[in-house]
Each structure stands twice: as C-alpha cells, then as structure tokens.
Design a protein around this ligand. Structure first.
Ligand code: GLY
Ligand code: MN
Ligand code: MN
Length: 538
C-alpha cells in the first residue's frame, strides 16, 4: 500500500515537474500584482472606486481576430491575460450582503470546455483565485448583478471607452460588462473624457494664469472641433477678461460637482505608478532589451546586399522567439535607404537592400515588457563617406542625450541636448542654412518611457530613479530634399534603452554595437545563416 502511494507520488511529481518545465516560470508574480493594487489604493482619494476593463478583442477579417493582447494597466494590476474582464478597486473596505469585507472585485471569463477546445484554456474563477491571488472573483455574467451603488462614491474613475468593442456571443463579453457599468454608474450619453480634462484645467488654474490656460484650451479646441460646441469651453477661450473667466470657472465647478464620474484620477495614478519600475519589472524589461540587442548583433553578421527588408525582419523576430519572447512590442520597422525616412515604415517589402543604409527599429516583447532598439547599418558592410557623416552626427546627438538622462533632469533634457548637436552638424555639412531648419530632418521627439507599452506611461516630470527611457535621435533626408542630392535617401536613427539610476544612466541595449567602427567590425563576422539555403521556388 505504502509502496503504491509512494510510486503514485513519484509519478505525480514527475508529471508536475514535466508540466512545470513546459511553460516559462519567470512571469510577474501574483505578489507583484497584489502590491501594485495596494499602491493604487494608497494613491486614491477617499470614498472612490477605480474601474478597469480588459482590452477589447479586435477583428482582423471575417471570423479571424487579431492576436489578443491584454490592456497593459489591466495586466499590471492583475496578471490576467484573457479578455472580457473587469476589475474594481475601492479606496476603503466595502461589505457585501453577507458581511464579507473586501476592497477589490474581479469579474473574469467563465470556464467553457467548448470555447477552450477551440481557443485555449481559461483560468476561470478558481484559477484567478489560485494563481493570481484574488479573493473576490466572479464570472463576468454576474457583473450585471453587482450590488455596489456607484452613486454613493465621491469619485468613480475609469478610462473612457474607445468604441471599438463588439457584442460577441453570450451575456458576459466586454460589450455586456461595459453596458452594465454604464447603467449602474449613470453614464451620460454625452460623457466625454477629454472635455472633463479640459474642465479640470479650468478649475485647477488661478485667475492670474487663466489667460495662458485659455490659450492652451484654444489649441485643444482646434484639434477637437466637436468640443467647440461646448459653451463653457468656448466661452472660456474667448473671454475678453479675467473677470469673465472667473465667472465661467465657477460654472464649470458646478458642472463638475454634478457628477462623480471621472477619467483623470485613474490616468494620473497609472502614469505615476508605471513611470518607475520595480526590480521584478526591470528583470523582464532588461531581458526584452537584451534579446532585441542580440537580434541586432545577429543581423549585423548575417546582412548582405541581396537580402530583402522582410528577411531582415524575419531574422530579428526569429531570434526573439528563440529566447521565448511572445511578440514584437510594435510592428517591426526595417527600411532600406529612402524607406528609412518614413518614421514608422512597416511595409518592409523592398526586395534587395543593395548598398542602402538599413534602418532597423525593432523590439521584442518578453512577458509583457517591450524593448525599442534601433540600429542603422550599411547593407554592404561599409559606410560611405556621406552615410558616415550623417551617422556620426546622430551618434554624437545620442551621446549628448544619454549624458543628461540623469535623476532630477527635466524629461526634455535629452531632446534639447540632441537637437542642438543635430542642428550644429547639419549646419556644418551645409544641409541646412540656419539651425531653425533642423526639425525638417529630425522631426520627432528624442525620448519616451518604456515598459509594458513601447510608449509607456509616465508623468513627463523630472527623471526619477528606475525609469527606463529611449534616447533616439535621427536624421532623415528624403529624396528631393532641399540640399545636395548626395545626401538624399540617407536615414539614420540610433535608439537605445536607458535606465536612469542614482549612479547615472545605464545603456541596457549597449550589447548591440553603435559606432560605425564597431558595426563594420561586427558585420565582418560570419553568420550561421550564411549556410542556411532554401530551395528556389517558381
Ligand atoms: N519604435 C517606435 C519608436 O521608436 O518610438
Ligand atoms: Mn522609441
Ligand atoms: Mn523605436
């Protein structure tokens, strides 16, 4: 008997051990998500509730959807990767009818053997309790019976809906969850989160600064013509004096008091929280970045003039998969020559890169965290004189940008440092006649936060430790530009992922060579892909 139990135990152990090895074990932990929700609660105003919805499932064509990707805030707070779910976080403890105390609720997809046979396993209520560490977990269909009275809260904060979710099958998809929330929260049909934000700008300004705010609002209204119909906003923008602006502010305050629905508190909390990374996050982010840097190294070895843009893309993405990265963090950009001038070029369909400079902006996504690394290399292994001249300006601009990516510096510091170097460089080469023309050839920002999103959330305030940003200056000279045609078709971007620490910036993507000399040396090394021949097809 004992022997039988023992051997059963051994078999079970072996089975579990094999299963344990079948999937990665280095995801964010349930403790991480729990602690993040605690942090959210600490930042919430009293008597408030935050409501987060899972991302929508989006249609690709006919009955095929795009690969599902969880909303990064939802993932950050839950670890739940499936659609059709809603999370509620309360600032204070609540009590249900049976007297049970709780401060968060989650509604998730119900287990369904048929759906799981076709589309994969679901965690279900038990899985979310057991694996993600939630206490109060329900099937989505129960959300319509939620007994919470939203009208009793001072603030009910949620990200407004994007109108791209569909009513699918059953009564518990995202469409149904949002519908139930709208009924329960008295969501007005004309709710407009942007309008709310603009109202907030009005009510949080003092009279002395109101003229500046009116000017800023005027620019917003130009971009959102439907908001021009809002009398309070347009009257504030057009008010001739401070007195009138003060009167309008009082009216806006009254409107604000008339609803407890809000979309700014949730945004401010998530911006603050996600800007700086925990050790657990940094481990995954560093892995995504290193994987992407290896991709750049391997393509430097493998690149030859007969390659196509899509083959180059394929090499990067193959390497990501070899390391277990699930996705690309954004569509891969591989542009030879003039194609590199299109900042987010994703057609990648040039059949031969020949003697082009090839701009490769790619990032592996590893367990949710994405890298964003760009290298620009000569397809034939050697930079021409003109290519090198432009490349070196971008390199020096990037060095200047990285050097000022330090704790306490303004978020704008890398951009200001980089544009100065680019402007001076273009002026010296005679490509521009005045430094004011530099933006013609460097038309984008230099930095953004990096994390679960490639353009990650943050406050855009002064740099804090454990923030990861990109530093990515570029120069793009499309054919037909107003300069000597020897420069036409040269596009260079160099992008690295920089960890800001108390001890200064750390380049997490440094493994991929950046100087022209180091790139040329790397390109001389042979690649195993040189021997990878495929049969010709008609
Ligand atoms: N790959 C997108 C960006 O560099 O911002
Ligand atoms: Mn970037
Ligand atoms: Mn990029």
């Amino acid at each position: 008997m004992f022997k039988n139990i023992l051997s059963l135990g051994i078999i079970l152990f072996v089975v579990l051990e094999i299963n344990a090895q079948e999937t990665p074990s280095d995801y964010l932990t349930a403790e991480f998500h729990t602690l993040r929700r605690e942090k959210v609660r600490e930042m919430m105003p009293t008597n408030s509730v935050l409501v987060f919805f899972a991302n929508a499932e989006r249609n690709r064509a006919n009955d095929v959807d795009y690969i599902y990707h969880q909303d990064p805030d939802f993932y950050y707070l839950t670890g739940y990767k499936e659609p059709n779910a809603v999370l509620l976080i309360f600032s204070e403890n609540q009590k249900d009818a049976s007297g049970k105390v709780f401060n968060e609720l989650i509604y998730v997809q119900e287990r369904d053997p048929l759906a799981e046979q076709w589309n994969g396993k679901r965690l279900g209520v038990a899985g979310v309790k057991g694996q993600l560490g939630f206490d109060m977990v329900y099937n989505g269909s129960e959300f319509a019976n939620l007994s919470i009275d939203f009208s009793t809260f001072d603030k009910v904060s949620f990200f407004d809906f994007k109108n791209d979710y569909r009513d699918k099958q059953g009564n518990a998809d995202l469409f149904d969850l949002i519908k139930a929330f709208k009924i329960k929260s008295n969501y007005p049909t004309d709710y407009n989160a942007t309008k709310q934000q603009l109202y907030k700008m009005i009510t949080s300004t003092d009279v002395e600064n109101s003229a500046n705010v009116a000017q800023t609002l005027g620019r917003y209204l130009n971009n959102y013509p439907n908001l021009q119909e809002d009398e309070l906003l347009s009257n504030f923008v057009n008010a001739p004096d401070q007195e009138l602006r003060k009167e309008i502010k009082e009216k806006v305050l009254l409107v604000q008091k008339s609803t407890n629905l809000d979309s700014s508190i949730i945004a401010e909390i998530m911006d603050k929280l996600r800007e700086t990374k925990t050790e657990e996050e940094l481990k995954l982010l560093k892995k995504a970045i290193e994987i992407s840097a290896v991709g750049q190294v391997e393509i430097m070895k493998a690149m030859h003039p007969n390659m196509s843009e899509s083959e180059i893309q394929g090499v990067h993405e193959y390497i990501y998969k070899r390391y277990g990265a699930e996705y690309e963090g954004y569509p891969s950009i591989v542009g030879g020559g003039n194609n590199g001038c299109i900042l987010h070029y994703i057609e990648n369909n040039k059949t031969k890169v020949a003697t082009d400079l090839v701009l490769m902006d790619l990032g592996a996504e590893y367990h949710g965290y994405t890298a964003d690394v760009t290298r620009t290399i000569p397809a034939n292994g050697t930079f021409s004189k003109e290519q090198k001249a432009i490349y070196d300006i971008v390199y020096n601009a990037q060095e200047a940008g990285i050097a000022v990516s330090v704790v306490g510096a303004s978020f704008r510091a890398p951009g200001e440092a980089a544009i100065k170097v680019v402007a001076d460089g273009l002026l010296k080469l005679g490509i521009i006649k005045d430094i004011s023309e530099a933006r013609t050839y460097f038309p984008h920002g230099t930095s953004h936060y990096l994390g679960l999103d490639v353009h990650d959330k943050g406050t855009y305030g002064d740099f804090k430790p454990n923030t990861v940003i990109t530093v990515e200056p570029g120069i793009y000279i499309p054919e037909g530009s107003a300069c000597d045609e020897k420069w036409w078709g040269i596009a260079v971007r160099i992008e690295d992922d920089i960890l800001i620490t108390e001890d200064g910036p750390i380049n997490l993507s440094a493994m991929a060579p950046r100087t022209t000399e180091a790139i040329e040396a790397m390109m001389k090394i042979t690649s195993p892909l040189d021997e990878f021949k495929l049969p010709g097809l008609d």
